[in-house]
Design a binder for this molecule. Sequence first.
Ligand code: F6P
Length: 540
Amino acid sequence: MQKPPLHHTVNHALQHHYQTLRTVHMRELFAADPERFEHFSLQVGDILLDYSKNRITAETLQLLTQLAEVADVAGWRDRMFQGDKINNTEQRAVLHTALRNQSNTPVRVDGEDVMPDVNAVIAQMSAFAERVRSGTWTGHTGKAIVDVVNIGIGGSDLGPHMVYQALKTYRHSRLEMHYVSNVDGAHIKEKLETLDPETTLFIVASKTFTTQETMTNAAYARDWFLQHAGDAAHIAKHFVAVSTNREAVTDFGIDPDNMFGFWDWVGGRYSLWSAIGLSIVLAVGADNFRRLLGGAHEMDTHFREAPFERNMPVILALLGVWYSNFFGAATQAILPYDHYLRSLPLYLQQADMESNGKSVDRDGHNVDYETGPIIWGTSGINGQHAFYQLIHQGTRLIPADFIISATQPNGLHEQHDILMANFLAQTEALMHGRSLEETISGGVSEPHAPKVFAGNHPSNALLLDALTPHSLGMLIALYEHKIFVQGIIWNLNSFDQWGVELGKQLAKRIQPELNMTEAVTSHDASTNGLINHYRQRRHA
Ligand code: F6P
C-alpha cells in the first residue's frame, strides 16, 4: 500500500521550507521580484488567475508540484476521465466530465460508451426546453408556461440555482425559475402562494427520488396543483422529473416520457451539467447551456494537458494545501465581487465540504493531517462591511479567493469601477498591510496601534473577461478540479458522502416519536429532553 502523499519525504522538505518562509512578508517577496505578477499569474481561456499575493516563492511551487506528483494526481485524473471506478466505496465511476465532453470521444463505463446516452439526454432536454420556451408546450388549460419550480435539495438545487442567478442576463423574458429546497413548509407554501397553477411547471429533481425533503415538497406541490386542476391526467402537463430512479418517478405519478435521466456516475454535487440542469436550459436556452458545457470542457482539457506548474486547478489546489497543512489555516473564503455570483460560496460549500470533509482516507485509515477546509463567504463588497475586519486584523489566517468580471452587462460603469477599486484595494491591503511608521507618517490620528495592519494575508484574484455561460462553465470546472486534486493529495475518496447518512437515519427514527403519547426515553438525556419539550408545545 502506498504511503499517503503527506507522509512522503517531500513533506519534510515542505515543512523545512515552511519554517524558512513563515516569517517572510509578502512585501519582501514583491520588493525582490518586480515581475512577480508575470511569474505568478496565468490566463486560461477567459479567466486570469493572479496568485502572486500568496506566501510562496518559486521553490514553494516546485515542492508543492512534487507533492502532486508523488500523489499521482496525473494518474488519478486520467483514471477519472477514462471512467475507472475511482469512487471506491460505492464502486462508481466519476464522470461529470463526460457530460460536457464536447469532443464526443468515447468514454467507457464497464466497456460501454456513455456518450450516446449523454447526447440523447441533452437532445431531449433541448427539445423540451424549446417547446416550453416557444409556448408550444402549454399547461392543461392551453396557456404557455410562465413559472418553473425546481424542487430539489443539495446538488439537485444549489448548482442550477447558482447558475440561474449567474446567467440572469441570458434568461428568457417570459419564464421565471424558482427553487424550492427546504422542507420547512414556509418555503414551498410562500412560493406557491405567488404562482398560478395553470401556468406553472414543476421539475422534481432528485437523483435518488427518495430524498425526504424533496419528496415531501413534491407531494405538497402535486396536492396543491390537483386542488386547482382536479384531474390527475393534467399532471403530465405540469410535472416533469429529473432522476436516475425511473420506478420511483412512475410511482409518484409522473409520466416516464416526462423524465430526464442521468446515471450513478454523476455525483449529486457535480450534477448541474446533467439533466439536473434542466431549469438552466429552460431559462437560458440550449445554445447557452452548450456554451456552459463548452467552458467546462475547455477547463477539463486544460486540466488534462497543462503541466502542473501552469495548471490552474492544480495551482489553486496546491495553494490550498499549503495553507491548510503547513500554515494551519482552517478556512477558505470565497468572495465574488459580482451580484450575479452571490450564490457561488454556497454552491462551493457543498462541492468542497461534502467532497473533502473526511477524516478516513481512501484506504480506510484515520488521517493524521488536516483535510478539507471550511468554505465560506458571500458577495465581497457586502462582506467588507461585515466580516473583513477579522480577515484584516484578526488572529487567524484566512486565505481568500476574490472573483470579479472585467465587464458588466448592466452598463453601470461607474458602479463597476467602484466595485473593481474595492476588489483591488482589499487584496492590496490584505497583502501589504500598513506598518506603524506608515500609519504615523500617513497622518492617521492616534491611537496608532489599532490602526496598524500586519498584512501578509494571502489571496487569489480571479478575473473573468465577462460573466458568460462559457466563462462560468470554466470557473465551476476550475473549482471542481481543484477539489479533486486536493482530495488526491489528502488520499481521500472525494465522491462519496457517508457523513450525511447518520443524521438522515436518526431523523427517520425520531419523526414517529414526535407523535408518541408517552414520554420518549430511548435517546440520551438531551435528545429525550428536547423531544419531550417539543411534544408539549407543538402545534401551539
Ligand atoms: O446531502 C446528501 C445528498 O445526497 C447530496 O449529495 C445530494 O446532492 C442531495 O443529498 C440530494 O440528493 P438527491 O438528488 O438524491 O435528492
